[in-house]
Design a binder for this molecule. Structure first.
Ligand code: NDP
Length: 323
């Protein structure tokens, strides 16, 4: 089978299309014939070495396709089932071995590219708005990169929960997209001071929660946007990792809470995975949640897709299709 591998860390040029034997599923596993794979920053972090994996490393943490074969003890899946998953590596490939416990069935009306696009960022937006800080009607939140993949879905789910949503974006076009997702206000943080804007929009009160995927360039001001005892969910670092800091700043800025969550810990239990994936795929099927697929690429152009994601020019999801 054809698969994308990284033999040494570095830029997108390190992605290599390799021919390797198609694996056979062991106990607890299913072999999935991949139809579409989502492209995510986590793939870039495994490529650069920011996140650790043994080399050569298979890439791609999100996929959708058809079950080809199952391991001896897998009872609830059979060949031909349409499935999707997130947080198992190796989806930039014609086939992937996936723990059966991480697979969910795709509703009949949802195509593979849509399912692959929905899982990782959709379940992330779900856990952020429903579990990390379960927003209540009338509360206010700030979502950075609100026209982005995870950001755009977080805006939509925050609105579903009845919150007032402020979003940051880098351009006027992205501001339009953030508003389309449901943001009440879109702050162009490349020319506006988002801290001052949030204070102005909340009459100085601050927001209950900030969902921050940008990291280095936004971290400090994100803390300043919170009400006393508010929560910063720092869930990513598209601008680079946040450097070490003195925790007493949480005290100085108002007894704040800080968490650095990962999707893996919010879908580790099967019932939690089924809840989040069921909501996300169900809302996509019914039209309640709008996925914005910015671009699709053939598997062979995975490097181009990663370059585009890193370039800051995308607004929504990038998907690889596997012939
Ligand atoms: P996005 O679609 O949000 O793309 C990144 C966006 O970040 C850009 O479009 C850009 O929006 C903004 N950005 C700000 N500064 C930079 C910069 N210097 N370089 C590039 N982009 C920048 O990506 P994702 O939604 O896929 O992921 C965003 C982050 O969230 C990643 O760090 C990812 O790893 C993390 N994440 C974490 C998860 C978790 O469970 N912890 C799960 C999913 C994602 P703008 O132009 O508007 O500034």
């Amino acid at each position: 089978m054809k698969t994308i591998l990284v033999r040494e860390h570095g830029g997108p040029e390190k992605l290599e299309m390799a021919e390797v034997p198609t694996p056979r599923p062991g106990p607890g596993q299913a072999l999935v014939r991949i139809a579409a794979a989502g492209v995510n920053f986590i793939d870039i972090y495994f490529r650069t070495g920011l996140y650790k994996a043994d080399l050569p490393a298979a890439l791609g943490s999100e996929g959708a396709g058809t079950v080809e074969a199952v391991g001896p003890d897998v009872a609830d899946l059979r060949p031909g089932d349409r499935v999707a998953y997130a947080m198992a590596r190796g989806s930039y490939s014609e086939y992937a071995l996936v723990p059966a416990a991480q697979l969910v069935k795709i509703p009949g009306s949802v195509d593979f590219a849509t399912a692959a696009a929905a899982m990782l960022q959709g379940m992330t937006a779900h856990y952020l708005t429903h579990s990390t800080y379960p927003l209540k009607s009338g509360e206010a939140c700030l979502v950075h990169a609100a026209a982005g993949g995870a950001g755009g879905l977080t805006v939509q789910m925050a609105r579903m929960r009845g919150a007032r949503v402020f979003g940051t974006v880098s351009t006027d076009e992205k501001a339009r997209i953030a508003r389309e997702h449901g943001a009440d206000e879109a702050i162009v943080y490349t020319r506006q001071d988002f801290e001052a804007e949030v204070k102005r929009l909340t009459n100085g009160a601050g927001v209950d929660v900030v969902y921050d995927s940008v990291g280095n360039t936004t971290f400090e001001k994100s803390l300043n946007c919170l009400r006393p005892r508010g929560l910063l969910a720092l869930f990513g670092q598209s601008s680079g990792p946040v450097p070490p800091f003195d925790p007493s700043i949480l005290n100085a800025k108002g007894s704040l809470f800080l968490t650095r969550p990962s999707l893996a810990h919010y879908v580790a239990k099967r019932d939690e995975l089924l809840w989040r994936a069921g909501d996300v795929l169900g809302w996509v099927a019914s039209g309640k949640l709008k996925l914005r697929i910015d671009r699709t690429y053939p598997l062979a152009q995975a490097a181009a897709a990663q370059r585009d994601l890193e370039s800051r020019r995308t607004a929504g999801k990038l998907v690889l299709t596997v012939p």
